[in-house]
Design a protein around this ligand. Structure first.
Ligand code: ARG
Length: 290
């Protein structure tokens, strides 16, 4: 496959009408270390061939509804395929991740280079305040306006949230994560089109559940069961009415369809071995402001 290294930002006069996502081919993907509970029984248990096939299926499905750009995978960074953790972008500004675990810190300069050569303004956070990008921070339109939901407690530190608020002058709703299986916000929380949220309540502290319920009225909340949460149902890519995600239950599929969503389900079992699924494999990028 040809690697696309140019940026959507180089086409300022013709901004794409479709959203853009950054992906990283799984050339070096593997489970080489354990930094979350999903990885502990899966050291070197990945089939790279199956992973490649699943990744290409996701890439193909996403390409039908969005632009996809690629960053070059790097040897020694098997988790780089999870580009959601590269950083968080909005209005041409990227707050780069400062990874909690040393195992992933080698990814930072590669992502920084890609963002800088693509024309984004990159903000670095100190090592003392870990922040794991879009994995732990999601912009959402709630019935009361746009805000940034940010997770903390397992990877990202609460003290990094101030920098996020300053970067975009946006209110941040901080949500504490308490279940190590759901160590990033995007494993348990998915803002969807139409001011809807799909989430797994037990992943959050009681105060965080209260904050989610304060932001979204009951008829806009989809609470998923543990069995679907463990299939990474909340790790969903949302593009308008389209939702791309791992395979989920018939029951949840029907629920989403009854609300007008169109689901595309891709078997991502090889990536679950590292604790990731659809949403972890992409990072949303905005086209540049003219
Ligand atoms: N093995 C990776 C880690 O533990 C998986 C990252 C999943 N990414 C995400 N956005 N949830 O860091």
């Amino acid at each position: 496959m040809e690697l696309v290294t140019h940026s959507p930002r180089t086409h300022a006069s013709h901004p794409p009408t479709r959203p853009t996502f950054l992906m990283c081919p799984p050339k070096f993907y593997d489970v080489n270390y354990v930094i979350n509970p999903w990885m502990s029984d899966n050291i070197h248990a990945v089939s790279r061939e199956r992973a490649a096939a699943q990744w290409h299926q996701l890439h193909h499905a996403l390409s039908q509804i969005a632009e996809v750009v690629l960053v070059e995978p790097q040897p020694g960074s098997p988790d780089m395929v999870f580009t959601a953790n590269a950083g968080l972008e909005c209005d041409g500004i990227v707050v780069l991740s400062s990874f909690f675990h040393p195992e992933r810190q080698a990814e930072e300069p590669h992502f920084r280079n890609w963002f800088q050569s693509a024309g984004y303004t990159v903000i670095d956070l100190p090592r003392a305040t870990p922040f794991e990008g879009e994995g732990d921070a999601l912009f959402a339109k709630t019935p009361t306006g746009t805000c940034l939901f940010a997770g903390y407690g397992l990877r990202t530190l609460l003290s990094s949230h101030d920098a996020l608020s300053h970067a975009w002058n946006v209110p941040v709703i901080s949500l504490e994560l308490i279940d190590p299986r759901f160590y990033h916000l995007d494993t348990a929380f998915a803002p969807l089109e139409g001011g809807v949220v799909m989430y797994y309540p037990p992943a959050f502290s009681p105060a965080a559940v209260a904050a989610i319920q304060a932001a979204y009225p009951a008829d806009k909340r989809i609470e998923v069961q543990e069995s679907d949460a463990l299939r990474f149902a909340c790790n969903a890519i949302s593009v308008g009415r389209h939702i791309l995600l791992n395979q989920i239950s018939r029951e949840l599929t029907t629920r989403l369809e009854s609300l007008g969503f169109i689901t595309t389900q891709v078997d991502l079992s090889e990536f679950l071995k590292a604790g990731g699924a659809a949403k972890c494999l992409v990072m949303r990028l905005e086209p540049p402001q003219p």
